[in-house]
Design a protein around this ligand. Structure first.
Ligand code: CP
Ligand code: NVA
Length: 339
């Protein structure tokens, strides 16, 4: 397997075998770290971490993974650097390409990361764009495998409930199609992935004997699945104005007791990329409640939006295991790129 100097922009250009390799390498690196015999393979490498949107997990995972492997990182945000304001992405790419060995980019359109990759001459890793979040779903597949006692991927069923037009919904659809899994996406029609992308994934699914279902009914989507996945209803970069409409259209996709029951699987696990609005304690939700009569009067939402507090705080929730696996899978990407 040779992933040397490769970009990781979306997983579209990675084969099933390459994805399997990244996951196996992540398992190996996780084990090595646990038993204390990790060997630093990235000594002398310098990695630029560009964050045009905020991050806790992705930034920490890149920093820890790099440090564990002996690499240096430089954090660059768009407020304190010239990126996008005084300097074009093309020029930024050329500058960083002369200084660093790789770039991690988190930001807006997929076009931006493609422009960076085209002009930097060094590998570029996607730490989240509007369209894709590949490092997240690699960690998610590793977490699923760990929870299924190594059941093969083509026997694992998962559903995603929520905004399916965005990075997490799209990446879960793509990776499941590639890996031959049983993927069910449930969302209101206006939040379905664009038709062209769905057809593209469907063709990949056919080649890999994956099953793909796109429906409006969340209860149908979760029947007999191993995992139920959700994401925030309003993503970074979207306007605050969309909250009200989004809550109206996604309320019935909330992960709650009824949805768990509908899975018909008492061992079902709940996944979330995080951060999550599972109560009204965050600043964003406090402000939303203050400003908005509709939300204030909707009792359902006091105990969580996309997932209820009760389910989030229960043993169904494995989102913190996903968090830890972000380190191991990101490390595996970097090690595969440089060794
Ligand atoms: N899941 C995820 O990408 O989290 P951060 O936004 O904290 O990086
Ligand atoms: N869809 C979310 C994912 C956060 C990890 C967002 O883009 O904000």
């Amino acid at each position: 397997m040779n992933l040397r100097n490769r970009n990781l922009l979306s997983l579209i250009n990675h084969t099933k075998e390459e994805i399997n390799y990244l996951i196996s390498l992540a398992r190996y690196l996780k084990q090595s770290k646990y038993i204390g015999n990790e060997y630093p393979r990235l000594k002398g490498k310098n990695i630029a971490l560009i964050f045009e949107k905020p991050s806790t997990r992705t930034r920490c995972a890149f920093e820890i993974a790099a440090k564990d492997q002996g690499a240096n990182v430089t954090y660059i945000d768009s407020k304190s650097s010239q990126i996008g304001i005084k300097e074009t992405i093309k020029d930024t790419a050329k500058v960083l390409g002369r200084m660093f060995d790789a770039i991690q980019y988190r930001g807006y359109s997929q076009k931006i990361i493609e422009e960076l990759a085209k002009n930097s001459g060094i590998p570029v890793f996607n730490g989240l764009t509007n369209e894709f979040h590949p490092t997240q779903v690699l960690a998610d597949i590793l977490t699923m495998l760990e929870h299924c006692n190594n059941k093969p991927l083509n026997k694992i069923k998962y559903s995603y409930l929520g905004d399916a037009r965005y990075n997490i919904g799209r990446s879960l659809l793509l990776i499941g199609a590639k890996m031959g899994m049983d993927v069910r996406i449930a969302a209101p029609k206006q939040l379905w992935p664009e038709e062209k992308f769905f057809i593209f994934c469907n063709n990949i699914a056919k080649k890999n004997n994956a099953k793909i279902l796109l429906v409006e009914d969340p209860f149908l989507a979760v029947k007999n699945v191993d995992f139920i996945y959700t994401d925030v209803w309003v993503s970074m970069g979207e306007s605050e104005e969309v909250w009200c409409e989004r809550i109206k259209s996604l309320s019935k996709y909330q992960i709650n007791k009824e949805i768990i029951k509908a899975s018909n699987n008492y061992k079902v696990k709940v996944m979330h990329c995080l951060p999550s609005f599972h109560n009204n304690e965050t600043l964003i939700i406090k402000n939303l409640f203050k400003k908005n009569e509709f939300i204030k009067n909707n009792n359902n939402l006091v105990n969580g939006l996309e997932i209820t507090e009760e389910i989030f705080e229960s043993a169904f929730n494995i989102s913190f295991e996903q968090v830890e696996n972000r380190i191991h899978t990101i490390k595996s990407i970097m090690v595969a790129t440089f060794s």
